[in-house]
Design a protein around this ligand. Structure first.
Ligand SMILES: Cc1cc2nc3c(=O)[nH]c(=O)nc-3n(C[C@H](O)[C@H](O)[C@H](O)COP(=O)(O)O)c2cc1C
Length: 216
């Protein structure tokens, strides 16, 4: 499919068919995903495909209480999300049915391969993730290209020790995302909700709009 169309409609799939995703489809997605950039071309990303029902259930059992706590915090107004109520409802359905998705793909990374340059700043460090998440997005786009939906999640990263034990992930390898994948039961989104370009691009210094008229 055309790249721009894939980028605009990759979205987060919340409803999956139970039909398995064939290995050749997965192979193609991993194959093209690996061309994502990484600092120093260190290639730290490793993947685990979890299809086994008991393992998926174990991951879902870790995920659901985390999600419900997050949902309660959203309800109480202590966590701010930009999501619409319908989106939260869909995410709740997703959480309740996570064990039934055809596969959960765990994106891992060798910590020694990350080389974060922002660990000494007085803020959260993000640079390490820049060697992982472009590859993750490539993976989702490559699945989208083949008609497969995906949902990138990070809530389970909180339980990394338990996930590492469950999946035999060695010391020195972190978990960066858990991606539910499968054929979408409700199709792909036609239009994702995002801020307009005019609101997010600045000219020369922060906050001075670069584009002043809405482009189509
Ligand atoms: C870094 C990251 C972490 C996310 N973590 C979760 C998660 O733990 N659980 C979940 O249901 N969705 C998660 N999402 C999905 C977002 O909620 C979703 O991308 C957002 O609502 C926008 O959805 P859309 O792309 O379909 O418009 C995550 C997405 C990203 C990029």
């Amino acid at each position: 499919m055309e790249l721009t169309e894939a980028m605009r409609t990759v979205g987060t799939c919340r409803y999956f068919e139970t039909t398995p995703v064939p290995d050749d489809v997965l192979h193609q997605a991993f194959d093209v995903a690996r061309f994502g950039p990484q600092g120093g071309n260190r290639q730290p990303v490793r993947w685990i495909v979890v299809r086994d029902a008991a393992r998926k259930q174990a991951l879902a059992d870790l995920y659901l209480p985390m999600w419900k706590a997050y949902l309660a915090a959203v309800g109480a107004g202590t966590v701010n999300v930009g999501a619409l109520p319908k989106t939260v409802q869909d995410a709740d359905h997703f959480a309740e049915h996570l064990a039934q998705v055809p596969a959960i793909v765990v994106a891992c990374a060798e910590i020694d391969g990350l080389h974060p340059t922002d660990t000494e700043l007085d803020r959260v460090s993000v640079v390490g993730g820049a060697s992982i998440y472009p590859t993750v997005q490539n993976f989702c786009l490559a699945l989208r290209d083949q008609g497969v939906g995906s949902a990138v999640t990070t809530l389970l990263c909180h339980h990394e020790p338990a996930v590492s034990e469950l999946l035999d992930i060695p010391a020195g390898v972190l978990t960066a995302a858990h991606i539910a994948i499968g054929y979408p039961a409700k199709g792909f989104p036609r239009k994702l909700t995002r801020s307009p370009v005019e609101d997010i691009v600045a000219a020369e210094t922060f906050g001075r709009p670069y584009f002043t008229t809405a482009a189509v």
